[in-house]
Write a protein that binds this ligand. Structure first.
Ligand SMILES: [Mg+2]
Length: 176
């Protein structure tokens, strides 16, 4: 089923840093892909991040965020990179329960008239635990584990364009 919403994790999925909550404002833009925090720590977008966001927007596929972080630093990084406008209902919440985050997101979109079947959602996260819990709570959303099912975000478009008859969907998150 065609994907209508892509939900991205942030740490080690949209960017390389493992925990944006550790970082300190203000952030300084280094280049198109990188910001530095107040202590000089760099955060760099994963390869393919901007191309993915642009391609999804061109295709009118909704993009959102499900991140376990303090909202302030994550939002500041997105703002500094000029990425805020790509996302609908981006959710950065300081708890590990992505199933709650994603359920709330889907409900909020539904309340605005955007009703999505689980199969129309693609959720990308580097942690299999989150992928499993979201599928258990929300239903059979499509999932990709960053670093396992895909090398980086360059591979997401290839996943969306695959021939479903010849390519089996990754099942990494099915076990357990
Ligand atoms: Mg992560």
């Amino acid at each position: 089923m065609a994907v209508r919403l892509v939900i991205l994790d942030l740490d080690r999925t949209l960017w390389d840093h493992h925990n944006a909550t550790e970082l300190r404002a203000p952030f300084t833009r280094i280049d198109e892909q990188t910001v530095a925090d107040a202590t000089g720590v760099h955060v760099t977008l994963q390869p393919g991040a901007r191309a993915l966001l642009d391609t999804l927007r061109e295709r009118r596929i909704l993009i959102s965020i499900a991140s376990w972080n303090q909202p302030a630093p994550a939002s500041a990084i997105l703002e500094t990179l000029g990425l805020r406008d790509y996302f609908v209902h981006p959710k950065v919440e300081f708890h590990p329960y992505k199933e709650r985050t994603v359920s709330d997101l889907v409900r909020e979109l539904s309340e605005e008239g955007v009703r999505l079947r689980p199969e129309e959602i693609l959720y990308v996260d580097d942690r299999a635990l989150h992928l499993r819990r979201v599928r258990r709570a929300v239903g059979p959303v499509q999932v990709l584990q960053a670093g396992v099912d895909i090398r980086d975000l360059r591979d997401v478009i290839g996943y969306l364009d695959r021939d479903p008859a010849s390519t089996h969907s990754p099942v990494t998150a099915e076990e357990g």
